[in-house]
Design a protein around this ligand. Structure first.
Ligand SMILES: Nc1ncnc2c1ncn2[C@@H]1O[C@H](COP(=O)(O)OP(=O)(O)OP(=O)(O)O)[C@@H](O)[C@H]1O
Ligand SMILES: [Mg+2]
Length: 491
């Protein structure tokens, strides 16, 4: 969208009152000055502190017609055409005299072309004036504008440093520009300045801060949370098929390579046994893709916003679109959409989600997790909704050894000093979470005894644990048989 063109069109179309809602006062004023010049019309600006003056020149002097009523009377009496920008006049619009004066001016517009521009961050136009107004909104910067903003800011930094060059990583710069989309000009400019001026470089380390700041700027409630903590694939034991699948799609999704034959990946559903790493894998997707991770908490939406949950989901999805490219993690998806009634909020949430998934054009990769198949509506698991449904089963023996190794390593213990083979064999039926727990409990025992952790202590914990897969064997088996044929193994 071309702001100047659109605003000029409104000003030329003989509309008496133009309403501009914007936080970017200076930018709108600059635009107006350029347009007024090209139209050959005088431009005045008014504020309650500085009164009425020419917009083009900043001349100090006594405020003229600073009173809100005064300025309108002055404009009404004026016999020459002109454009009058009233800054923050929203405070005074409720006053009947002011409304009437504005209407008087508007009605006489056909004989004397005095155009009023109301410029505030927020404007509520009284009903009797609506007929005479047109609205203008500043469009968000285009990718080209953002690119030149980055270049200009880099040049500005360089000029201040004796033309030392900004060290710009090409890939990171591209991502930076991408990440700034959806922000206003002013906000984007602030973030670019911060990224460049902190160290004279644009690198991947700038990106998480930019994304977090952007997330904070977006108007949203807390149904969507920004997750700082992502993981690396290396922290996830097993799930090799899933890892390979994701690795094959990473570059296409992030726009690092393109191929017209390949659709942008939409997302996956991870279904599986409790504690086997679904949530961990979701974090790892964000880490592996190098994209921000946003989490949509279905359970919370449902409980907290009963009645307006659908709107909240829609808002959250809109924010996710603005944050693209990003990973949208919908943990325990069945919790929010498993409603029994036909027309209950659960159904409507599901419909909202499905529509968004079907129509979505943005680079938002969904990672949904679930462990209750009986609660999953068939529409959601139908072929084509997700790119793939992965089944996260209990780890096999080899994977168990790997998971133990990861968790020993996470606690700065040397895994080579443990008999992982033996522990893996003894922990048949254990989930990743239970293996981790065995290490944690054994560490406590070691601490209590003032000993170093060893294989025997971990083994003792393993032997003392009744894994969930045994306690809930029936459910796990039902899950497995449902999954076979319908899903792809993640391991
Ligand atoms: N494959 C694995 N590799 C490494 N650690 C694992 C693995 N699976 C589980 N864990 C450990 O167990 C913890 C819990 O796992 P996670 O929360 O990812 O399981 P989940 O499948 O989401 O379970 P739930 O269905 O209960 O939500 C993880 O934070 C991690 O420390
Ligand atoms: Mg989980």
């Amino acid at each position: 969208m071309d702001n100047r063109h659109d605003l000029a069109l409104i000003l030329k179309s003989k509309i008496p009152i133009v309403v501009v809602e914007s936080h970017e006062e200076q930018r709108v004023l600059t635009l107006l000055i350029e347009i007024a010049e090209s139209l050959g019309k005088p431009l005045f600006k008014w504020s309650v502190t500085e009164g009425l003056r020419f917009a083009r020149y900043d001349i100090d002097g006594e405020a003229q017609h600073a009173e809100p009523k005064d300025v309108l009377e002055h404009i009404k009496a004026e016999s020459q055409p002109g454009i009058y920008v009233l800054l923050d006049y929203h405070h005074f619009l409720a006053e009947p005299v002011h409304t009437r004066l504005l209407k008087d001016i508007a009605i006489k517009h056909s004989s004397v072309e005095r155009c009023i521009v109301l410029l505030s961050h927020e404007l509520e136009i009284p009903g009797e004036l609506r007929h005479y107004t047109a609205e203008f909104g500043l469009g968000l910067p285009t990718p080209e504008e953002l690119k030149s903003m980055v270049v200009d800011t880099a040049n500005e930094w360089a000029a201040g440093k004796n033309n030392q060059r900004v060290k710009a990583d090409r890939q990171a710069t591209k991502l930076l520009v991408k990440n700034l989309s959806g922000l206003t000009h002013g906000d984007a400019q602030r973030l670019v300045r911060k990224a460049i001026f902190n160290d004279g470089a644009i690198s991947h380390t700038d990106l998480p801060g930019v994304m977090k700041a952007k997330y904070d700027l977006l108007d949203r409630d807390n149904t969507l949370t920004f997750e700082y903590e992502t993981s690396r694939f290396a922290e996830v034991g097993g799930l090799n098929a899933l890892k390979e699948w994701l690795t094959n799609r990473r570059d296409i999704f992030m726009g690092k390579s393109s191929n017209p034959q390949l659709d942008t990946p939409k997302g996956i559903l991870l279904l599986g046994v409790q504690g086997c790493g679904k949530s961990l894998a979701a974090r790892a997707v964000a880490g592996a893709f190098g994209a921000p991770l946003l989490r949509l908490d279905m359970g919370a939406i449902f409980n907290k916003f009963y009645g307006q949950s659908e709107r909240n989901v829609r808002e959250a999805l809109k924010s996710a679109d603005t944050m693209a490219p990003c990973i949208l993690w919908i943990d325990e998806i069945e919790k929010g959409i498993a409603g029994q009634e036909d027309d209950g909020p659960a159904r409507r949430i599901l419909a909202t989600l499905l529509t968004w998934m079907a129509e979505k054009k943005s680079a938002v990769f969904i990672v949904a997790t679930a462990n209750e198949i009986s609660l999953l509506p068939p529409e959601l698991v139908r072929k084509g909704r997700f790119d793939e449904i992965f089944f996260v089963d209990l780890p096999d023996r080899e994977t168990r050894a790997l998971i133990l190794k990861i968790h020993l390593g996470n606690r700065a213990l040397d895994a080579d000093k443990f008999d992982l083979d033996m522990l893996a064999k003894a922990s048949d039926g254990f989930s990743g979470a239970e293996l981790e727990q065995a290490v944690v409990s054994a560490l406590y025992r070691a601490h209590a005894r003032d000993e170093a952790l060893n294989t025997a202590l971990v083994l003792k914990e393993v032997e003392d644990t009744q894994p969930l897969s045994v306690v809930m064997a029936e459910q796990v088996n039902a899950l497995r048989s449902w999954a076979s044929g319908r899903t792809v193994p993640a391991h």
